[in-house]
Design a protein around this ligand. Structure first.
Ligand SMILES: Cc1cc2nc3c(=O)[nH]c(=O)nc-3n(C[C@H](O)[C@H](O)[C@H](O)COP(=O)(O)OP(=O)(O)OC[C@H]3O[C@@H](n4cnc5c(N)ncnc54)[C@H](O)[C@@H]3O)c2cc1C
Length: 635
């Protein structure tokens, strides 16, 4: 066990605390401090000085913070390198949370953001009811966030019902928050998709005489008060929204409930994003499930016992006569342009619009087409990227142009049993995949520290990751010398999407073959995927790197060649994305340099790279490093 030293310092929650880090790094073996310099340079994020992001908005509290006081810090504390390698964006977040603090969450000694929100909803209940019973105001507001749709929208439907009861209309609001996009690493393709969807939403709402007011709020911390100010300006007494489950968002909504109650506005957050609201399913011992299979059985049983959870939410009604005239000025808002750091060029705009039609009509078309033409063969074919046999609706689930509830209901309704289980194998299998999305959200709510750069299994913090920039670049560019990995990464870079099997292969390759800190890969995916979604992405990375909830065991290391031969047997997917290997016939395409002959000649001639790491030795190094990391005392 490494020697420990007593640190008697109070590190402010928001301090970059370079000195503290230097100190700690000083404890580390020389090889690490030697290595950290060039690595820091290579990975540190750069910020465009022209960008709108302002320093004043750095969130100093709120993602757990660093609250070490007289703590025991072992000399090995590899996680602390995160500051040097740019894992945590310190413009927005405090440094990586300590393992002790994670343990406190697990021991229920720190209230989770959802619990704090629920407590505030309870403590403000009387005040909010009084507002509800009071004056009608001029309208009811629905704040659109990750629910860019009119149909099957819980909070919008409730806003419409309340407006009808009060004899007023509904006003829609959508706020662009460039800092949220920056902090959440939202990819330019995803921002563009959202903006295109918002433009379509505005048109759909206009048919119901509902305006969509749009505004850009630069500083994310000002957003709650700005919403309340808009409500006051328009004499609105109630604001509805659907909940997002990341800690920052839950804390923001908690603040809105509190500030709203103080300022005479009832803020009503609704569960909508999950089919089953987080917190509804508990093990026999009353805990949140950390394993998918029993959780899934409970999820199905819960939905069969509570079928209303799958009911379509009523469409909002048309606003009453005279409403358009009263709110004329906000009917003509323009969709704002993407912030500079997220803007696409003309060619990218055209490409992504063609590949990913936006809006809820496109979403419903996609899911309907899938359920009529493809779902029957889903279970048998879903792992084969070249078959294009999955629904391709994750982009819609992520933007909220399609509710997961809608997908599950539509699938249930085409099932021969009219249930979630039994009946058609493909339908059952597909519902099970959509359920993974719920599962990872339930996990996020119960273990919020996964959103604070900690692995679910925080004992894996002490694995000594590599920060090899050359390897990372080879992975991002699709030049690792492993054709299936390279094809997948090039597909991601071009289409902003990657098939699930390939996400598992590339993620496993980064964490286990290259031994790179899995959080680098997690971030790269977020900044490039059009369907980037924190909970699903983090869950997928946790699974593949064996650091997450219900992961594959660390000693299972995917062999990329075997995966390739199994799931892209004809090499169709590889040839589509790696032109250097297109002329190779037969199995040589999976590992051209090993096969010799024509395959090797073509690969060499076309400049296809040799492997960056040799499979067997990479595997051995991985097992050794994981084992050593797990044997270490947690920091
Ligand atoms: C490392 C890694 C990272 C991932 N990152 C994301 C991400 O950022 N956003 C994202 O939506 N999905 C992510 N996934 C899950 C999955 O790869 C995609 O949801 C899926 O490829 C989307 O394609 P589809 O819509 O055709 O899926 P289908 O196979 O048709 O599945 C239907 C829907 O179920 C949900 N779903 C399917 N598989 C999963 C899963 N494993 N976890 C959670 N939800 C699932 C999605 O909403 C999907 O649209 C990740 C998986 C891994 C292994």
């Amino acid at each position: 066990m490494p020697p420990k030293r007593k640190v008697s310092s109070r590190i402010p929650a928001n301090a970059a605390s370079a000195a503290a880090y230097t100190d700690r790094a000083g404890d580390a073996p020389n090889r690490r401090s030697k290595r950290s310099k060039p690595v820091a340079k290579a990975f540190t994020k750069t910020t465009d000085p022209k960008d709108e992001i302002k320093d004043d908005a750095i969130v100093t509290q709120g993602r757990g913070g660093v609250e070490h006081q007289d703590e025991e810090v072992p000399s090995f504390d590899h996680s602390r390198l995160e500051d040097k390698v740019g894992i945590v964006d310190r413009r927005f977040y405090p440094a990586e949370m300590s393992n002790e603090r994670c343990a406190l969450y697990n021991a229920n000694e720190i209230p989770r953001p959802m619990e704090i929100l629920n407590a505030t909803l309870a403590s403000t209940k009387a005040a909010r009811e009084k507002i509800h019973k009071g004056e009608a105001g001029q309208a009811v507001m629905h704040w659109f966030k990750r629910d860019v749709r009119v149909r099957d929208n819980t909070a919008l439907s409730r806003a419409s019902a309340l407006a009808k009861e009060k004899g007023v209309g509904v006003v829609g609001v959508w706020i662009m928050s460039p800092q949220d996009w920056e902090a959440h690493l939202v990819s330019p393709a995803k921002c563009d998709f959202e903006l295109r969807s918002v433009a379509l939403l505005q048109k759909e709402l206009a048919e119901l005489d509902i305006p969509l007011y749009m505004e850009t709020v630069i500083s994310r911390k000002n957003l709650p008060q700005r919403l309340l100010d808009l409500a006051k300006e328009w004499e609105i007494k109630t604001i509805f929204c659907n909940l997002e489950y990341e800690p920052d968002e839950l804390r923001r909504e908690e603040r809105l409930v509190r500030l709203g109650a103080e300022q005479g506005i009832n803020f009503e957050p609704c569960h909508d994003d999950c089919v089953v609201p987080p917190g509804s399913l508990k093990t026999g011992a009353g805990r949140q499930y950390a394993v998918y299979s029993p959780w899934y059985r409970a999820w199905v049983a819960h939905l069969h016992a509570n079928p209303h959870l799958l009911d379509e939410r009523p469409m909002p009604e048309k606003n009453p006569p005279g409403f358009v005239e009263k709110f004329r000025t906000i009917f003509d808002c323009d969709v704002p342009p993407a912030p500079k750091s997220k803007a696409l060029d003309a060619e990218q705009t055209e490409r992504f619009s063609r590949l990913w039609p936006a809006g809820e009509a496109a979403a419903l078309d996609r899911v309907s087409l899938f359920l009529t033409e493809k779902v029957g063969g889903y279970t048998a074919t879903r792992n084969f990227p070249a078959k294009k046999s999955t629904a391709s609706v994750s982009v819609h689930h992520a933007a909220g142009t399609l509710a997961a509830r809608t997908s599950v209901r539509m699938a249930r309704d085409v099932n021969s049993t009219k249930k979630l289980d039994g009946g058609i194998e493909g339908v059952k299998g597909w519902i099970g995949e959509v359920a993974w999305r719920d599962f990872y959200r339930h996990v996020l709510v119960n273990w919020p520290y996964i959103c604070m750069n900690k692995p679910f299994k925080f004992e894996y913090t002490n694995i000594e990751w590599e920060y090899n920039n050359k390897h990372f670049r080879a992975w991002t560019e699709g030049r690792t010398g492993y054709p299936i990995v390279d094809a997948a990464m090039r597909c991601l870079n071009s289409t902003a999407y990657m098939h699930n099997r390939l996400r598992m292969i590339t993620a496993s390759f980064l964490a286990k073959h290259l031994l790179l800190d899995w959080r680098l890969g997690e971030q790269y995916f977020m900044t490039h995927l059009i369907d980037g979604d924190f909970a699903s992405n983090n869950g997928g990375w946790g699974f593949s790197s064996s650091t997450g909830v219900d992961p594959q065991p660390y000693f299972r290391v995917f062999n990329p060649w075997l995966q390739s031969e199994k799931f892209d047997a004809d090499g169709e997917f590889i040839r589509a994305w790696v032109p250097e290997l297109r002329r190779i016939e037969g199995a040589g395409v999976h590992n051209p340099y090993a096969k010799g002959g024509d395959a090797e000649k073509i690969a060499k001639k076309e400049g296809y790279p040799k492997v960056v790491v040799e499979h067997r030795s990479a595997r051995d190094r991985c097992l050794e490093r994981y084992k050593a990391g797990l044997g270490r005392e947690t920091a």
